[in-house]
Design a protein. Structure first.
Ligand code: PLP
Length: 369
């Protein structure tokens, strides 16, 4: 009997995997950390808790190399920057773009400057950007002001902008839509995701549309975009000058991809809505406690929005397939967890104490639901 396991197929990263579909200078060597190929996790228990007779999947983008979906776009943006002879890159960030830009710039040997709103980025993201060797600059302003600053810098200094207004970022991010179709055999009925600067929703729509046009999918999904109530310019139809939310990743008041996002929502017959911070936190708890999927707060917004629409009977999902995008890993924002959950108890290291606890379980996400 042959007991040898078949080899695990090599995953080459998103550029090499989907190269014919990515608009990139031909022949360039990708700067890659083998991003992509993230799991599409079935979530039947969560679907049942949401009250729906539907199939729910979680696209766990927090498992990318730097812990967020940004790596898909960054591999393409940094590859192209190198091809064009860049020596330095710059971005404004609510945190994840900073960590991702820093990692890929390190891999390419480029200088990387990141501009972040002081005190408003999660510690795990700051730690990443610093660890990868970026020059991290706090500003006494919000993301929107940071974006204005780096746009000007890219015009006046020899530095390449790698925010999602850089078209190569979207070229990479759209590969998540290809992977969803490759995993399911076709597009789902709905794709739900959080919306901040609106690059990701734009990229998903590009990806689904392109795959459909190329004959790789039979249809495109409806998009459900979800913003935080305190940072919901697309829902309100006006710029939010002072955005606020616990979901710092989407604390954005003037999205750069505003028009493209509205067009994607329109073309997909989709919907955009806002959820409160409490609804985000509740969805975040449900994801972790019901399915074992730990995400950062912004990533729970898609589930919160879906839950709200089901509760209001605004959608009939019976028999449908729904994919929610988990954009960033829970370890990105440990401070949020420590605020949202009870602290651990301390016991003496003796059996009797543990036995007593066994009889009287601690309040946890499992016991209090
Ligand atoms: C974890 C996470 N989720 C969602 C978003 C929103 O993506 P976009 O700004 O492309 O709308 C971001 C953006 O920083 C993010 O970091």
């Amino acid at each position: 009997m042959d007991t040898k396991h078949p080899p695990i197929p090599r995953w080459p990263g998103v550029v090499e995997r989907y190269r014919p579909l990515i608009n990139l200078t031909p022949g360039v060597e990708p700067v890659t950390l083998l991003e992509g190929n993230t799991p599409l996790i079935p979530a039947p228990r969560l679907a049942a808790r949401l009250g729906g007779d539907f199939e729910l999947y979680l696209k766990y983008e927090g498992l990318n190399p730097t812990g967020s979906f940004k790596d898909r776009g960054m591999t393409v943006a940094i590859t192209q920057a190198v091809a064009e002879g860049a020596q330095a890159v710059i971005c404004a960030s609510t945190g994840n773009t900073a960590a991702s830009a820093a990692a890929y710039a390190a891999r390419a040997g480029l200088r990387c400057i990141v501009i972040v709103p002081e005190g408003k980025i999660a510690k795990g993201k700051l730690a990443g950007a610093l660890a990868y060797g970026a020059e991290v600059v706090n500003i006494s302003g919000n993301f929107d002001e940071g974006l204005r600053l780096v746009r000007e810098a890219a015009q006046r200094l020899p530095v390449t902008l790698v925010n999602s207004i850089n078209p190569y970022r979207l070229e990479g991010q759209k590969t998540a839509a290809f992977e969803v179709v490759d995993a399911l055999g076709d597009a789902p009925d709905w794709l739900c995701l959080p919306v901040g600067n609106a690059g990701n929703i734009t990229a998903y729509w590009m990806g689904f549309s392109q795959y459909c046009a190329a004959g790789q999918a039979q249809r495109t999904p409806r998009l459900l975009g979800v913003q935080a109530e305190g940072a919901a310019p697309l829902v309100r139809g006006e710029v939010v000058p002072h955005p606020e939310t616990v979901a710092t990743a989407i604390r954005i008041g003037n999205p750069a991809r505003w028009n493209q996002a509205m067009q994607a929502l329109d073309e997909s017959d989709g919907h955009i809505l806002a959820v409160s911070d409490e609804e985000i936190i509740e969805a975040w708890r449900m994801l972790a406690a019901t399915e074992g999927v730990f995400v950062e707060p912004a990533s729970a917004a898609g589930i919160a929005g879906l839950r709200k629409r089901i509760a209001r009977r605004e959608v009939d999902l019976r028999g449908q397939r729904v994919v929610c995008v988990m954009t960033g890993h829970g370890l990105k924002d440990p401070e949020f967890v420590l605020r949202a959950q009870a602290e651990p108890v301390t016991l003496p290291p003796v059996f009797e104490a543990l036995a007593q606890l066994f009889e009287n379980p601690l309040e946890t996400q499992i016991t209090n639901r």
